[in-house]
Design a protein around this ligand. Structure first.
Ligand SMILES: *Cc1c(COP(=O)(O)O)cnc(C)c1O
Length: 380
């Protein structure tokens, strides 16, 4: 199989050194899969989408537009900058929520852009209520209660104060209560159940509103974690939400790097900076136009591999800023010419495996992908 035949380079200039292909149909398919899982707890459970960090590095605009067309009505981003650019591309009836809350001084801008903050502190609540008062209309908000992660959200005593005095919510159009799980990706970990119990204890005392607890991994654990709204991010982009089992999600990303040069070397030839690698036998090396400046982690030097024409080619020596070198001895010689593409991430080379080889998680690989690639969106 010549990879270049199957490479989705539509729209990419023939000269592109690297292509990042994003399959929007696969993103939509993954969202539908997640929604189906969420419906285990009932047909009204809503499936939102987390598109922070520019849609986990893949482009929040194209991803959110494709999902909105498929029926997704709730999107989460981190901050105002991300929210404002996304809001402009989405229908008015779609919710855009800011996980970081209303930045101090930006409250009126949020309201003007029809954005919904997640309120994380009593001060967030007070400032958002004051803005509602000043504008003379209720403002939408979701409220985050910390249940054990100690990252963002109201403390247990903050939440108790709201339960004792619901008037502290006057002026808010309360769209829901949320919390976030610390270790749902670890199968059988008891912490998710503990957090859910704490969350339920709060909900029982607070004014009624939809509740949201599960992100990607939580969706695949106990049904009781599903509540009314789920907030998947990573799984939409093809990351395995159940690391202990085969990946239930479809791959979304394909990263292809162009072979620039091919050379035959004898045994004992040094490769790359520091001459950290020497060939054990005569070898055929290929140099590829992708490096750590593109987000191909330097930690993958002498530990990762790519595929060329379906054959495995291990990375040899250190990764350079703009280049990496592979031992392509096992690639059929006729398939190995300058100009062909190597697959660095894709169906032959799963994202989660690349992350494991780099000593990190797929989230970090995705969000670290460089700006230099020619980006191609397929489908949707
Ligand atoms: C990032 C984030 C999510 C999405 O998490 P994934 O593991 O990517 O599905 C959901 N909720 C909150 C509060 C987050 O910060």
């Amino acid at each position: 199989m010549g990879l270049s035949e199957t490479v989705p380079t539509g729209g990419a200039p023939a000269t592109a050194g690297a292509v990042l292909a994003v399959d929007l149909d696969a993103v939509v398919g993954n969202w539908r899969t997640l929604r189906t899982h969420a419906h285990r707890a009932g047909p009204t459970v809503e499936c939102g989408a987390v598109v922070k960090a520019d849609g986990y590095g893949l482009g929040a605009g194209p991803v959110a537009q494709a999902l909105a067309r498929a029926g997704c009505r709730t999107f989460f981003v981190a901050d105002l900058e991300e929210a404002a650019s996304l809001r402009a591309t989405l229908p008015e009836d779609v919710r855009v929520l800011l996980l970081h809350g209303p930045a101090m001084g930006a409250e009126r801008e949020l309201a003007a852009h029809n954005l919904t903050p997640v309120l994380n502190t009593p001060d967030d609540i007070a400032r958002w209520r004051a803005t509602a008062m000043a504008l003379g209309r209720p403002l939408p908000a979701m409220i985050h209660i910390d249940t054990g992660m100690n990252r963002l959200g109201l403390t247990a005593s903050d939440a108790d104060r709201l339960a004792d005095d619901p008037a502290l919510l006057t002026g808010l159009e309360l769209q829901g209560w949320m919390s976030h799980l610390a270790s749902a990706d670890v199968a059988g970990d008891g912490m998710a159940t503990e957090q859910d119990s704490r969350f339920r204890a709060h909900l029982a005392r607070l004014p009624r509103a939809p509740a949201s607890l599960a992100a990607s991994s939580g969706i695949f654990r106990e049904d009781r974690l599903l509540h009314n709204l789920v907030r998947p991010g990573a799984a939409l982009y093809g990351v395995n939400p159940t690391p202990e089992a085969p990946n239930p999600m479809a791959p979304v990303v394909r990263l292809l790097g162009r072979v620039l040069q091919v050379r035959e070397v004898p045994a004992g030839a040094a490769v790359g900076y520091g001459a950290t690698y020497r060939t054990a036998a005569p070898a055929r090396l290929a140099t590829i136009a992708v490096g750590y400046a593109d987000g191909y982690f330097r930690a993958l030097g002498s530990s990762g591999h790519v595929t060329i024409a379906g054959a495995r080619a291990p990375v040899v020596g250190r990764i350079s800023m703009d280049l990496l070198t592979v031992d392509a001895t096992r690639v059929p010689a006729q398939a190995l010419v300058p100009g062909v593409f190597a697959e660095l991430i894709g169906p032959d080379r799963p994202l989660d495996d690349v992350a494991a080889d780099a000593g990190t998680i797929a989230y970090e690989i995705l969000t670290g992908l460089g700006r230099r690639f020619c980006r191609v969106y397929q489908g949707a």
